[in-house]
Design a protein around this ligand. Structure first.
Ligand SMILES: NC(=O)c1ccc[n+]([C@@H]2O[C@H](COP(=O)([O-])OP(=O)(O)OC[C@H]3O[C@@H](n4cnc5c(N)ncnc54)[C@H](O)[C@@H]3O)[C@@H](O)[C@H]2O)c1
Length: 248
């Protein structure tokens, strides 16, 4: 595929899970990929396996590091065509009223402020026809108990996506994906164990009409679609990638 030849695609959180699959998907379509992650060694491994890519260390909650990311992309590839503002992290499952206030703020810094900062520093370098795709969560629309601050932060991402969409149109389209639960590094951060216990896994699947959790490829495919010309009239869309979870 050559759909993204001569295009520069930034993927934050590109070292693992959804972001890794996004990097591979865009690279397979000819893109030069900026693999941006807190985990530089992981980002370097992903970038090293792609035909045209660089790795950049970033904490997406940090303003100066977002400016540096945009500059690094422009220095390497001259412009920015797609930004996948994907990096994010849940808190450990806890009831809302027992959560530390600092943890609540940290959720908004990593999951929401990151999307604002990506737009603020990348948009000036994005030509007409560019696209941004944020990774929200189906929990932003249908929260379950235990992740209140995380879901609230992802809910704010949906509003921010729509607000950016109206401000940046017609030159830059801004959309979001809302994935359902998937077995990635997310599980370890939310539950403390890398693989969900069988009983919990079965409970999660029971709430998903398609009968399975999402895969990184499911989310990368939807992100790719929203960034591509196939979605050239779509902006402000928050696309559920949830196997029907939200209609249960
Ligand atoms: N896996 C799920 O169940 C699920 C469901 C809905 C939404 N999401 C969202 O999908 C996105 C990707 O998560 P994933 O499931 O692939 O998890 P993951 O843990 O496998 O990958 C997240 C990546 O983001 C990086 N990262 C974390 N904090 C960062 C920071 N401050 N700055 C830069 N990079 C940082 C990590 O190093 C990691 O490489 C996140 O925004 C997450 O909230 C995940």
């Amino acid at each position: 595929m050559t759909e993204f030849n001569d295009k520069c695609v930034i993927v934050t959180g590109g070292a693992s899970g959804f972001g890794k699959a996004m990097c591979e998907k865009f690279a397979a379509a000819g893109a030069s990929v900026v693999v941006a992650d807190l985990n530089l060694a992981g980002a370097e491994t992903i970038a090293g396996a792609l035909p045209s890519a660089i790795a950049v260390a970033i904490d997406v909650a940090d303003e100066a590091q977002n400016a540096a990311l945009a500059n690094a992309a422009v220095q390497a590839y001259g412009k920015i065509d797609v930004v996948c503002a994907n990096a994010g992290i849940p808190h450990r499952v806890v009831s809302a009223i027992e959560m530390d206030t600092e943890e609540f703020d940290r959720m908004f810094a990593i999951n929401t402020r990151s999307v604002f900062l990506a737009a603020k520093y990348c948009a000036p370098h994005m030509p007409a026809g560019s696209a941004m795709v944020a990774t929200s969560s189906i929990g932003a629309k249908r929260p379950r108990p235990g992740l209140a601050a995380y879901y609230a932060a992802k809910g704010a991402v949906l509003t921010l996506t729509q607000a950016l969409a109206v401000e940046l149109a017609p030159d830059i389209r801004v959309n979001a994906v809302c994935p359902v639960s998937a077995p990635t590094g997310f599980d370890l951060n939310a539950s403390g164990v890398a693989e969900l216990p069988e009983q919990i896994n079965a409970q999660v699947i029971a709430g998903i009409p398609m009968g399975r959790r999402a895969t990184p490829e499911d989310v990368a495919d939807a992100t790719y679609f929203l960034a591509s010309d196939q979605a050239k009239f779509l902006t402000g869309v928050c696309l559920d990638v949830d196997g029907g979870r939200a209609i249960q």
